[in-house]
Design a protein around this ligand. Structure first.
Ligand SMILES: [Zn+2]
Length: 101
């Protein structure tokens, strides 16, 4: 838990992340101010987004391993890297759309 200043009441409070299940695999992550109950939305994910996030970190872990190895093809690696770079914004866009709902 980390302390944070509430933008609503200016009090310091400790962030306690909570998850709310919205059904259909949609999960909302949020925390609220312990003084005024002001709600801060962290993220909203569904099954597809969670799959994408875990796939991304798996791929990323694989690539870090590859790079630490003695033999790695830089061109292949760069191609994978570029592909992975486009992966995250798409996921973020999906989260953004879900948040707006
Ligand atoms: Zn507050």
């Amino acid at each position: 838990m980390q302390p944070c200043r509430c933008t609503n009441c200016q009090q310091m409070f400790a962030i306690d992340l909570k998850e709310k299940d919205h059904g259909k695999g949609i999960t909302e992550t949020f925390f609220s101010c312990s003084f005024c109950n002001h709600r801060y939305l962290v993220t909203v994910t569904n099954r597809t987004i969670r799959n994408r996030i875990s796939k991304f970190s798996n791929e990323w872990a694989k690539m870090s391993k590859l790079r630490n190895g003695k033999e790695w093809d830089k061109d292949v690696w760069m191609k994978k890297y570029e592909k992975l770079q486009t992966y995250k914004p798409v996921t973020n866009e999906m989260i953004h759309k879900l948040k707006a709902q």
